[in-house]
Design a protein around this ligand. Structure first.
Ligand code: PLP
Length: 407
């Protein structure tokens, strides 16, 4: 039986979400049409929007349906930048290092094409944002910041950021804060309304935007939401039919929205019990690896603390390459990830581990194992059976490559 341990890449579609999708997709109607078919689609869409919005602590009108996490993040960062820097007085974008590429590349695009200045905030060695450095960056750029963006939970190493402390600083600096909650959604309670009220945010600054994606919680791929506080506004990325308050034109995917809503409700209901279950499985997996594979390091926040995603295990296996391990595990029928990107087929060292102060060798030796709703004890057993042999082979390959390089 193949073993799937890459739930942070995507997690299986929930049967209830698939059923909701099938039911809605079988009826005709564009939610923007005036006639009764259109109005029926509109009702289904708005019900779904309200449901998803409630899981994020916003009103339905504040939940923009988009094509996924990447679009939500681009709309938030670029849209807030354009709105806030319309008079060219606030060109700075503050972002933490080690963010998802949707953020890094959006910020770099703004630098290359729109005259933005990026101010990158360092990470500590557990992957958390360095708040002292953040304070310095905010002070150095006071009055010139368009937008600040931070990931809620790191998709590679699973570290949960001190979101409240970061939000307090955004409020004090009078800067809008976007939160990439794609990896956190379904695992960490999120409530934008509560966060705004706890941090004293008013108007268009402080925490104003949260990005999430359905396929990380058992909804369909290709749909996400940008929760945007009604006091804030973004310049749209795309133009057309003027849907969704003109902020995101385009016919909305009603069937996927209904499926997303179903998954969101289930994920919210299961959050505490699933967290406990995954933590037990994950801790057994990590303990088993550490007991059977020497020279192994666990990356990220402590496993027994509150600042780590419950289903995330992230290793550095010294002396071998993450992509060799991935390949050998795949041959054994086990799917995992290195967590980091490939550029034109060449595996890159993990930019997250580099930002955490690790060497390039360590950043190339990373393996991300992520557990989810369908993970069982048998999956963990299969991984623990395979890993010692896989690492021994990968180390041989890693060392022989180094021998060749030395000659
Ligand atoms: N942000 C984070 C933290 C992610 O983990 C991902 C997906 O892996 C994304 C953004 C992109 O989301 P999507 O795949 O829905 O475009």
């Amino acid at each position: 039986m193949p073993v799937y341990l890459d739930h942070s890449a995507t997690t299986p579609l929930r049967p209830e979400a698939a059923a909701a999708w099938m039911e809605v997709a079988s009826s005709i109607g564009n939610s923007s049409s005036i006639h009764s078919h259109g109005q029926a689609a509109r009702r289904t869409l708005e019900e779904a929007r309200e449901t998803i919005a409630a899981t994020l602590g916003v009103d339905g009108i504040e939940a923009l349906i988009v094509s996924g996490g990447t679009e939500a993040i681009n709309l938030a960062i670029k849209g807030l930048y354009w709105t806030r820097n319309a008079d060219s007085e606030r060109p700075v974008v503050v972002a933490a290092r080690g963010e998802h590429h949707a953020t890094i590349d959006a910020v770099e695009w703004l630098v290359d094409h729109e005259g933005a200045e990026a101010a990158w905030v360092d990470l500590l060695d557990d992957g958390a944002v360095d708040l002292t450095h953040l304070d310095r960056v905010l002070a150095e750029n006071a009055g010139r910041i368009a937008v600040m963006t931070v990931i809620v939970a790191n998709n590679e190493v699973g570290t949960i950021q001190p979101v409240r402390e970061i939000a307090v600083r955004a409020v004090a600096a009078d800067v809008p804060l976007h939160l990439d909650a794609v990896a956190a959604y379904g695992h960490v309670p999120l409530d934008l309304r509560a966060l705004r009220s706890e941090t004293g945010a008013t108007g268009a600054t402080g925490p104003v935007a949260v990005s999430v994606s359905a396929h990380k919680i058992g909804g369909p791929q290709g749909i996400g939401v940008l929760a945007l506080h009604r006091g804030a506004t973004v310049e749209p990325l795309q133009h057309g039919g003027g849907q969704q308050r003109r902020l995101r034109s385009g016919t909305q995917d009603v069937a996927s929205a209904a499926a997303f809503a179903r998954a969101a409700l289930l994920a919210r209901a299961e959050l505490p019990s699933e967290g406990r279950r995954l933590r037990v499985l994950r801790d057994r997996l990590v303990a088993g690896v550490l007991a059977s594979v020497p020279d192994t390091r666990v990356n990220g926040a402590p496993l027994d603390g509150p600042d780590r995603l419950p289903g995330n295990a992230h290793f550095a296996f010294s002396g071998c390459q993450g992509d060799s391990i991935l390949f050998l595990l795949d041959m054994a029928g086990i799917s995992v990830s290195t967590g980091s990107a490939c550029q034109a087929g060449v595996p890159e060292p993990s930019h997250v581990l580099l930002a955490m102060g690790r060497s390039e060798d360590e950043a190339r030796s990373a393996l991300r194992v992520t557990l989810g709703r369908t993970t069982t004890d048998a999956d963990v057993d299969a991984f623990l059976t395979a890993i010692p042999g896989v690492i021994a082979s990968a180390r041989k390959a890693g060392l022989s490559e180094r021998d060749v390089a030395l000659r």
